[in-house]
Design a protein around this ligand. Structure first.
Ligand code: PLP
Length: 391
């Protein structure tokens, strides 16, 4: 008798835990490992958010179960944020749902919106959770290739007629992980036109909504007129407010699919701890000055590493947002062999592009989640390495 389901035994191991094991082994040998593999900010949660949490934790009324769909204060804060930031009107009762981090929401959303055997279009390269969640829901994956020559923006018309006709759901992710690509509203306009024509539900994952540089501001897919008929958008406080461990996010948009997700979730979890939702409401309603400060830090790191990589001949584009650089693997390596070489010979962890899908081959992802001092050390180590000539 096998003790585990075939769905789970067929799941590839979560790549980041594999890299983590290698890192632990090197650390045990005394190697000074620099980890640029983790897609999470290294900065602390701003103190005004922590203060609200501490205040609310003292109130025993907040120790009970939260309402399944999340507390009013948080959902209203999300709606107010969308109005202020994107000029998008949302009904906090029906068009906003609290999530225990957007990762949870994305995985359950796929379960709530597709039937086994239905097709889901996901970006390749893309955030690995889409792929595994489609697998767990018994869906069929249709890869949406993202090509550097097109700025990692999909060409929807390149999908086959069969895939266009048979797909139920499509995911987009801008600002994007791992490519760090950003778009203007016209990309979402094209996407909505496409899904309207083929009757497909669309979800934009906006985990990096506020993590942008210079004058660039990331648009919301809900800014496209009529988008709510076809679209939802996932948001998270993890990256913009350095709150990865708090597990708080939201989904907004089409009320019918949000209700379906709420129904599924009410059978699985009981929403997030009330004080965490209240502290997150405070974060979203703030003047976002802390977000701008964070962004300046990430932008300075990005500029520094971008320059360093270019100096040693690694091709890399300069992004307008996210906490990543998406760089070309030097000639003679695969993304995996290059990542292994960096780890073995320089003690540097990066994520091989192939971990994000077959179109990620030829690239590697660097997370800007270490201090400037460490980034200088990274550049020094890379300069000392003999990485020309392949493996
Ligand atoms: C980090 C990340 C998430 C998950 O964020 P949480 O809200 O912490 O679960 C979702 N999508 C992308 C693309 C991410 O990089």
């Amino acid at each position: 008798m096998t003790l585990i389901s075939s769905k789970i035994s067929q799941l590839p191991p979560y790549l980041f835990s594999k890299i983590h094991q290698k890192k632990e082994a090197l650390l045990a040998q005394g190697v000074d490992v620099i980890d640029l593999g983790i897609g999470a900010p290294d900065l602390p949660t701003p103190s005004f958010i922590i203060e609200r949490l501490m205040e609310e934790v003292q109130n025993t009324a907040n120790h009970r179960y939260a309402p399944y769909e999340g507390i009013e204060e948080f959902k209203q804060a999300v709606a107010a944020f969308y109005k202020q930031h994107y000029a998008v009107e949302l009904d906090p009762k029906t068009e906003v749902l609290t999530l225990i981090g957007s990762k949870e929401g994305i995985a359950n959303f796929i379960q709530a919106s597709i039937n086994p055997g239905e097709k889901v279009i996901i970006p390749d390269p893309g955030y690995p959770v889409y792929r595994t969640a489609v697998h767990l829901a018994g869906g069929i994956i249709v890869d949406l290739p993202l090509d550097e020559n097109n700025g990692f923006v999909p060409r929807f018309d390149q999908l086959s007629d069969l895939d266009k006709a048979e797909s139920k759901l499509m995911f987009l992710n801008y600002p994007g992980n791992p490519t760090a690509a950003t778009v203007e509203l016209n990309t979402f306009l094209e996407a909505i036109t496409f899904v309207r024509k083929h009757d497909i539900l669309i979800a934009n994952d906006m985990a990096y909504d506020l993590v942008t540089f210079g004058a660039y501001q990331a648009p919301s897919i809900l800014q496209v007129p009529g988008a709510k008929r076809y679209a939802v958008e996932f948001g998270s406080l993890s990256k913009s407010f350095n709150m990865t461990g708090w597990r708080i996010g939201y989904v907004v948009g089409n009320s019918e699919v949000i209700r379906a997700l709420a129904t599924l979730k009410s059978n699985i979890d009981s929403s997030q701890f009330i004080p965490i939702q209240k502290a997150a409401a405070t974060a979203l309603q703030s003047d976002l000055a802390v977000v701008s400060e964070n962004n300046r830090i990430f932008e300075a790191r990005m500029e520094c590493l971008h320059r360093g990589l270019q100096e040693i001949g690694i091709e890399v584009a300069k992004p307008q947002g996210t906490i990543f650089l998406w760089a070309k693997v030097p000639d003679g390596f695969t993304s995996m062999s290059f990542a292994e070489k960096l780890l073995q010979e320089a003690g540097i962890i990066v994520t091989p592009g192939v971990a994000f899908g077959k179109n990620g081959e030829g690239y590697f992802r660097i997370a800007l989640s270490v201090t400037m001092k460490r980034l200088h050390e990274v550049i020094e180590r890379l300069k000392r390495m003999d990485w020309k000539g392949g493996n």
